[in-house]
Ligand binder design. Structure first.
Ligand code: CS2
Length: 466
């Protein structure tokens, strides 16, 4: 048997483009989305991405021997297609903070993108930086200690070891100022409403807590863009690795399965330039919010509903959920509750979602979507709950979503995987009504005293278990 060659840039890819984009939080989603758009931009040879992993260095370990290359496996309902993506020029583990700082100090750097997850913003409930968080507090101390010795050089900053994204970005900006290089754009790509403003706020708070003169510098040199991102991208399995080898004739240790649909809507300024992303299908608009809300409520909201309710009913994946009458009806009800609260049309969007969800060639595990409910429910479900309660009404599917999360925390379905696990697991363990009151108080403090709603959540939990 002849050995299968490894995936390398010289044999299978394009030459590495110069790094002008830094990405924070490299995972499958970014590889199917931002990196794919950059790969398809008309000026792609001018725009390389230096990507940093989240806490786990796995992606750097897998991709570095492949020169940053990987195969995108687009899984349509009718079958798979394969494409080598070359736009990631370098991959670094998060621990290589020095590399991050040096990119920030480079005049070539024009755009910083992020997929650090909702939890990675380290926001307190009012949206400010959560300085009570132990990791944030330790990072701020490290930066303050450095600043006590006078204005640090880029290399002084590069010697820091900070782990929370707001402080990492703030320290990167300190280095950019120290290097005397000009403006850049920070473009968050996380599922958070108004993610540019949300990320800007925590980074500004980190600056205010350490070197307030940086806040002014940021005002003049940092453009915060906002974006809505969308592409359903499950985790990689051995199946994709084997399929790529059979179809492409090389070994890829980290291919990415994704759906054919993709959307990226951006608003913001790019004083240092950006790739010609429009040529790859990106929409540049004045106002992202309506698109963002539609996506967060219709898609992500129904995902979370299924993620918690599905497993209680013995369902493992999104497409299985759509094939189950009870789950499908719940999802349809959810759309009819959330949709009318949007300022843009939603019926066609929902119809398109049905088709995306029914794609059985994508095995999107509900257990994957169930992670980090502590960050997701408030953004995806609660606005609809609020709108109905303001009219004295009780939205069945929204209530069921909260009830299903409650049951998930009580041990039903997939194990709880959550950045705030200790805190949210402690909300449950009493009677269903007590748990419902606690959970509601956590996701929507303003609704905590709504006893009718608490009862409705407890009843919905009972029904799910019936
Ligand atoms: C999902 C998202 O895991 C989740 O919470 O709802 O990752 C979803 O698949 C993407 O936002 C789709 O664009």
């Amino acid at each position: 048997m002849t050995a299968v060659p490894a995936l390398t840039r010289s044999q299978f890819g394009r030459p590495a483009a110069p790094v002008r984009i830094v990405h924070l939080g490299l995972g499958n989603f970014t590889r199917a989305h931002q990196a794919w758009y950059t790969e398809h931009a008309s000026d792609r040879d001018d725009w390389g991405i230096a990507a940093f992993t989240g806490r786990r260095p796995t992606m750097a370990e897998l991709l570095t021997p492949q020169d940053g290359l990987y195969t995108l496996v687009t899984k349509g309902a009718e079958g798979d297609s394969y494409e080598v993506i070359s736009s990631v020029s370098h991959v670094h583990p998060a621990s290589d903070f020095a590399a991050l700082v040096r990119y920030f100090a480079s005049p070539e750097l024009a755009v910083v993108t992020s997929t650090v997850t909702e939890a990675g913003y380290y926001r307190a409930s009012d949206g400010s930086l959560d300085v009570a968080d132990a990791a944030v507090a330790a990072d701020l101390i490290a930066v303050r200690e450095l600043l006590e010795n006078g204005a640090p050089s880029v290399e002084d900053i590069a010697a820091l070891q900070v782990v929370t994204s707001p402080v990492r970005v703030m320290a990167g900006l300190l280095a950019r100022r120290a290097a005397g290089v000009g403006p850049l754009t920070i473009l968050p790509c996380d599922n958070i409403p108004d993610n540019g403003e949300a990320f800007g706020r925590v980074v500004r708070d980190a600056a205010a807590a350490t070197d307030s003169s940086l806040v002014d510098w940021m005002g003049e040199n940092v453009a915060w863009a906002t974006s809505m991102v969308d592409r359903i991208t499950p985790a990689t399995t051995d199946t994709e690795i084997a399929d790529v080898e059979a179809a492409q004739g090389y070994h890829d240790a980290a291919p990415v399965p994704t759906e054919p649909f993709s959307e990226w809507v951006i608003s913001g300024q790019f004083p240092a330039g950006r790739p010609d992303w429009e040529s790859a299908g990106v929409q540049i608009v004045d106002e992202v919010e309506p698109y963002e809300q539609r996506k967060l409520w219709m898609l992500n909201g129904s995902h979370s509903l299924m993620a918690y309710a599905g497993p209680i009913l013995g369902i493992e994946t999104v497409s299985e959920g759509m094939a189950d009458e009870r789950v499908r009806e719940l999802v349809q009800t959810w759309w009819s509750e959330a949709g009318p609260g949007l300022s843009v049309p939603w019926e066609e969007y929902a119809a398109a979602l049905v088709e995306r969800y029914e794609n059985a060639n994508i095995r999107h595990l509900l257990a994957q979507i169930a992670a980090d409910g502590s960050q997701k429910i408030a953004v995806r479900i609660v606005p609809t709950l609020r709108r109905f309660r303001a009219q004295g009404e009780t939205p069945k599917a929204a209530v069921t979503a909260v009830a299903a999360w409650l049951l998930h925390l009580r041990g039903h379905g997939a194990p709880v995987k959550d950045a705030a696990k200790d805190k949210v697991v402690a909300l449950v363990g009493g009677t269903l009504e007590e748990d419902a009151a606690n959970v509601l108080g956590f996701v929507a403090p303003d609704l905590a005293g709504d006893t009718e709603l608490v009862r409705a959540i407890a009843e919905a939990a009972e029904q799910l278990l019936a």
